[in-house]
Design a binder for this molecule. Structure first.
Ligand code: PEP
Ligand code: MG
Length: 573
């Protein structure tokens, strides 16, 4: 079926490939039988899925904060008990054994018969218990489904369509070689979108209903920059997009000549171009592209696609590996920024508004058992190379002081235990909450460096959830409020004599680099794939002219002429 649709483009690339629709969260189970010979393996597969569902619940149960309402805890306990109940575990196994049903279908049949029993009950409370059956069965079905996905190796070259994808899904699918993805929900600054950019996966998000419109296997064109999706395109259109793909590859090859050339403006002012890293493969790219430093190492990766939390040794070995892999390139390690759109198995917070809840430094200060191993590991790993520590989501000075106290105590403990560690690690903070930007002068006195996290700063200042595509149209890095806050932070750092960088997505976008240079920013941190594009842009800029223009703009922000000035500055590159 010929179709052209629009969504939010989140990456620069274009891809062409066959559609593969993922139906997560609303699994459709149809009757399926297996061969007699497969029965023992199918029973084992079912047992594994039950076990996996149990482990997931157990891990959520362990992480529930102590002050959580008892009915929520009881709810999870009930589900744990049900996962041990013969009605849900043994009866489906009997069905597999006796009728050679596939595990999913056996479980579905048993669910239907249990739900029918609940439906006939007069007691309204007992009747609602059927919801528990549905929940628990769904957990097992999901585990069975994921086993299938893991076994599915033919996602290579496919365009994945899904309701939504987690960052963890994105990583797994990248390893399976997908060509692109399209989701019904999600915003351009979600962690999934950032990862897709970093991994160079063309993607379009916020295309409501797309999983119902497109057929499995249909040939799709995905333009990740313009947010365009085409199905069943004619030969001329396909030819046009294929040429585009080739010319983008040629341009990227041509940019490789910039490797090793210092990043300066036209007048020779040196600017630091740093990398945001997360996955092991980013280290290689950072070295190959000769980034000046790693300005942001997102450590949440360690928590993805696994059960349970990493211990100190795992943290240590990982950081040591990254530091050694960078071979002398300085690195800024950000302490855990879990919560909001960076949820991982077993660490979900019960908040109904997670972006404003127990996230990042707030969560770390509340959960010393989770945080301590990371701090110890960073201090230990820092003997292997130049390291800075960065705290995410600061909103007040107490958080800095508490963190400093934890670091001091940790050093003391390590010294007493005779474990080597680095003593003089600079401690900086992310400025990504408006309160922190407005108090950047005070923060600068207690921190060794600042880094502006525009992804969150824009979310919190403009009150728009960064993962909600419905409000994405309001996401505006050039909003006068944002520009004023950025300028305040740059000025505060300059006054205090400490470095200020930017590590939000705005820093790697050539549309904004001229303006940021004009504002006085000299340190930019971005996904490795943007480093050469940023350098190419930078080499053409005249910073003196930009500074003058930007000063004028900042004075006129909000006046009718400010748009014209803004366009002039952004056109200068
Ligand atoms: C930011 O908020 O700009 C940032 C860099 O952090 P993250 O995207 O990981 O929240
Ligand atoms: Mg952030």
């Amino acid at each position: 079926m010929s179709f052209a649709g629009n969504g939010i483009g989140i990456t620069r690339g274009i891809a062409i490939g066959d559609a593969h629709i993922l139906q997560r969260g609303m699994l459709e189970i149809s009757p399926r039988s297996i061969e007699q010979i497969e029965i023992p393996d199918e029973i084992e597969r079912f047992r594994q899925a039950v076990c996996c569902a149990r482990q997931r619940l157990q891990s959520i149960r362990e992480k529930i904060p102590k002050n959580t309402r008892s009915d929520i805890v009881a709810f999870i306990d009930t589900h744990m008990l049900m996962l041990n109940d013969a009605a849900l575990v043994e009866v489906p196994i009997d069905l597999i054994r006796q009728h050679a049903y596939a595990a999913e279908w056996a479980l579905q049949l048993q669910k239907t018969s249990l739900v029918q029993v609940f439906d006939t009950m007069d007691d309204p409370y007992l009747r609602t218990r059927k919801d528990d059956v549905e929940h628990v069965v769904n957990r097992i079905q999901m585990a069975l489904h994921e086993q299938d996905e893991e076994a599915d190796h033919d996602l290579a070259g496919k365009v994945i369509l899904a309701q939504d994808l987690t960052p963890a899904d994105t990583i797994v699918m990248r390893h399976q070689g997908i060509a692109a993805f399209i989701t019904e929900f999600g915003g351009p600054m979600s962690h999934t979108a950032i990862l897709a950019r970093s991994l160079g996966i063309p993607a379009v998000v916020g295309v409501h209903g797309i999983t119902r419109i497109i057929q499995q296997g249909e040939l799709l064109v995905v333009d990740g920059e313009q947010g365009i999706i085409l199905a069943d395109a004619d030969d001329r259109t396909l030819h046009h997009y294929r040429r585009h793909i080739h010319s983008a590859a040629d341009q990227a090859t041509h940019r490789l000549r910039l490797i090793g050339q210092p990043a300066t403006t036209k007048e020779g002012i040196r600017v630091a171009l740093m990398a945001n890293i997360e996955l092991p493969e980013d280290i290689e790219a950072t070295r190959a592209l000769q980034a000046d430093a790693v300005g942001l190492y997102r450590t949440e990766f360690l928590y993805m696609n696994r059960q349970g939390m990493p211990d100190e040794e795992e943290h240590y070995q990982t950081y040591k590996g990254v530091i050694e892999g960078l071979n002398g390139i300085p690195i800024t390690i950000r302490t855990l920024d879990l919560g909001a759109d960076k949820q991982v198995d077993g660490c979900t917070t019960a908040s109904c508004n997670p972006a404003l809840g127990l996230r990042a430094i707030r969560l770390c200060l509340k959960e010393p058992k989770m945080f301590q191993p990371q701090i110890r590991a960073i201090l230990r790993a820092a003997i292997h190379g130049p390291v800075r520590i960065m705290i995410p989501m600061l909103s007040n000075l107490q958080e800095i002081r508490k963190l400093r106290a934890i670091i001091t105590e940790t050093k003391l403990a390590l010294a007493l235990e005779g474990i080597p560690f680095a003593d003089n690690i600079p401690i900086g903070g992310m400025i990504e909450v408006p309160a922190a930007a407005l108090s950047a002068d005070a923060f600068s006195k207690e921190l060794d460096f600042l880094s502006i996290g525009t992804n969150d700063l824009i979310q919190y200042t403009l009150a728009i959830d960064r993962v909600d595509d419905e409000v994405n149209y309001l996401y505006d890095p050039l909003h006068p409020a944002i520009l004023r806050l950025i300028q305040m932070v740059i000025n505060a750092g300059e006054k205090a004599g400490i470095p200020v960088s930017m590590c939000g997505e705005m820093a790697g976008d050539p549309r904004y680099i001229p303006l940021l240079i004009g504002m006085g920013l000299r340190e930019f941190s971005m996904q490795p794939g943007s480093l050469l594009i940023a350098k190419e842009c930078l080499l053409k800029l005249k910073s003196t002219k930009l500074t003058k223009q930007t000063r004028k703009l900042m004075k006129r922000l909000g006046e009718p002429r400010h748009e014209v000035l803004l366009q002039k500055i952004c056109k200068l590159h």
